[in-house]
Design a protein around this ligand. Structure first.
Ligand SMILES: CCCCCCCC/C=C\CCCCCCCC(=O)N[C@@H](COP(=O)(O)O)[C@H](O)/C=C/CCCCCCCCCCCCC
Length: 218
């Protein structure tokens, strides 16, 4: 019998996202690309459940996920197992446009950099959510996190559109419900578990990109 709710496959679950980010870290503290993009896929499910106002954001995220998945599934997929191996492979083979977009406009390195910057937004936003109170506004927390991170990389028109989308975010309690974890105390506890993982993945990538001077790829 067809039901009115989204299929299990489409339903967001914070636990699943947390697990994928946990799986993305290897013992050697490398980042597995497969699980990194799976984490983003899970987050996009969340965004999709918030309505069509956010589809211009989720489309961009999906596009970047698909670019990375196509490398992972391509003939050189073994070079894309970790973010570290991807950076090494693409740099050694001159597959990265370093100063302006040219013959490699969709390299793995520049594509991942866009998601990496968004991961910083996520980290800042989730930390605000974790420490928020009942009367805190998700729109304000989201905008503050955005202004401190991603906004500096976006032109005026995107900043404006993002700002308008933030205004229609559900309030804190409805937002917590979509997270599909349980009562607010459990959401807060799970955010406390998720944040160190997300921060670690972010920092490992940030250090790698700094080391190879990749933080400003066009
Ligand atoms: C744990 C549950 C709570 C949080 C759930 C958050 C769910 C968020 C899911 C996805 C986030 C979207 C990631 C967006 C990646 C944006 C990458 C980017 O910067 N792209 C721009 C540059 O790309 P190139 O042109 O250089 O290829 C591109 O121009 C961007 C276009 C779309 C607008 C991006 C706005 C980003 C706002 C991020 C906040 C999302 C708000 C979600 C509200 C919960």
């Amino acid at each position: 019998m067809a039901g009115p709710v989204a299929s299990e496959d489409q339903r967001f679950c914070l636990r699943e996202v947390l697990d994928t980010f946990r799986l993305s870290l290897s013992e050697k503290k490398e980042v597995y690309l497969e699980h990194y993009v799976a984490g983003w896929r899970g987050l996009v499910k969340f965004l999709n459940s918030l309505g069509s106002v956010f589809s211009f954001i989720s489309k961009d995220a999906v596009n970047k996920i698909q670019i990375l998945v196509s490398y992972l599934n391509g003939e050189n997929g073994s070079q894309y197992v970790t973010v570290q191996s991807m950076v090494k492979y693409e740099l050694e083979n001159d597959f990265v446009d370093q100063t302006k977009r040219g013959s490699h406009p969709e390299s793995g390195c520049r594509t991942l950099l866009r998601l990496h910057r968004a991961l910083r937004w996520l980290e800042l936003f989730l930390e605000r959510l974790r420490t928020s109170t009942e009367d805190s506004k998700t729109s304000v927390m989201c905008a503050e996190a955005y202004n401190e991170s991603l906004a500096q990389y976006h032109p005026w028109v995107i900043r404006k559109a993002a700002g308008m989308a933030f205004c229609v975010l559900p309030g804190r309690s409805a937002f917590f419900e979509v997270m599909n974890v349980g009562p607010p105390e459990q959401v807060v506890a799970m955010l406390g578990e998720a944040l160190p993982l997300i921060s670690e993945v972010y920092q490992i990538t940030e250090d790698l990109y700094t080391q190879h001077n990749l933080l400003n790829l066009p």
